[in-house]
Write a protein that binds this ligand. Structure first.
Ligand code: ZN
Length: 253
């Protein structure tokens, strides 16, 4: 890789202080932040610290090389993941975290076919109420990892009688294609103490534990159940291992 541009040394030094390199086996994850992010949470302004990361095949200490490449690699064509940190996440004795899989339809449009939008906002509120925590927003997890276009196809199958699990399988996907390894590596940089995971899905908790996450507890997250997502939520309980004593669940767990 050759450097094709020269940058103002001040620009490079400003950015250098905010970029953290995390080795990831093949290549590296570049974590950018913290960046102040005031957020409107139900009419109240809450300040989170926002980080974003990029997994690169190449690993270099020379951040100038990476920055030089950015304008030509069309990152807007791909999705990058984020984490919103609140409070003293590094040192607090207890902290709540959520690994939230992107849901374009639920989080952005407010679709009621799932409860992702509710879970996203509610987990941010739980973190703020608790005082310390982090919301990981996982951008490559649309439709449990099948992508937005395939999710649209899966919804057509669901409108014609297939449940959410079978729809994914009929399209040639495994039911759940999500991978959490980068998010766990990022978490381990931000906090080494145990965390409490916001999830309704004990299988997800076990998967994260196996992947190296130090989880001491689980907090459930239910709500926004309607006629539109009842069948979907029931499938998640019956087929994807979600706890039965409670009602509901989603794409995200
Ligand atoms: Zn959803």
């Amino acid at each position: 890789m050759t450097v094709v541009k020269t940058f103002d040394p001040n620009v490079i030094s400003l950015l250098h202080n905010k970029i953290h390199r995390i080795e990831s086996g093949e290549g590296a994850i570049y974590l950018v932040g913290p960046i102040k992010l005031p957020v409107n949470l139900d009419g109240e302004t809450v300040e989170f610290k926002w980080y974003c990361w990029l997994n690169c095949g190449e690993e270099t200490e020379n951040f100038e090389q990476i920055i030089a490449k950015l304008s030509s690699v069309n990152l807007a064509e791909y999705q990058q993941s984020s984490v919103l940190v609140y409070g003293d996440f590094e040192d607090a004795e207890t902290a709540l975290i959520r690994f939230h899989s992107i849901c374009h339809t639920g989080d952005i449009f407010g679709s009621k076919r799932c409860d992702c939008g509710f879970q996203l906002k509610q987990s941010m509120k739980l973190i703020v109420e608790h005082g310390h925590g982090a919301l990981f927003y996982l951008a490559n997890h649309e439709g449990r990892g099948i992508g937005l276009f395939s999710k649209a196809l899966a919804y057509i199958l669901q409108e014609n009688g297939y449940d959410t699990v079978d729809a994914n399988l009929q399209l040639g996907f495994v039911d759940d294609a999500r991978d959490y390894s980068d998010a766990i590596r990022v978490l381990q940089v931000l906090r080494t103490k145990p965390v409490t995971l916001i999830t309704n899905n004990p299988r997800k908790l076990e998967a994260l534990r196996r992947a190296g996450l130090d989880v001491e507890n689980r907090v459930p997250l239910w709500g926004d159940i309607s006629e539109y997502n009842e069948k979907y939520l029931k499938t998640k309980i019956e087929r994807s291992g979600h706890l039965e004593e409670e009602e509901g669940c989603c794409n995200n767990d």
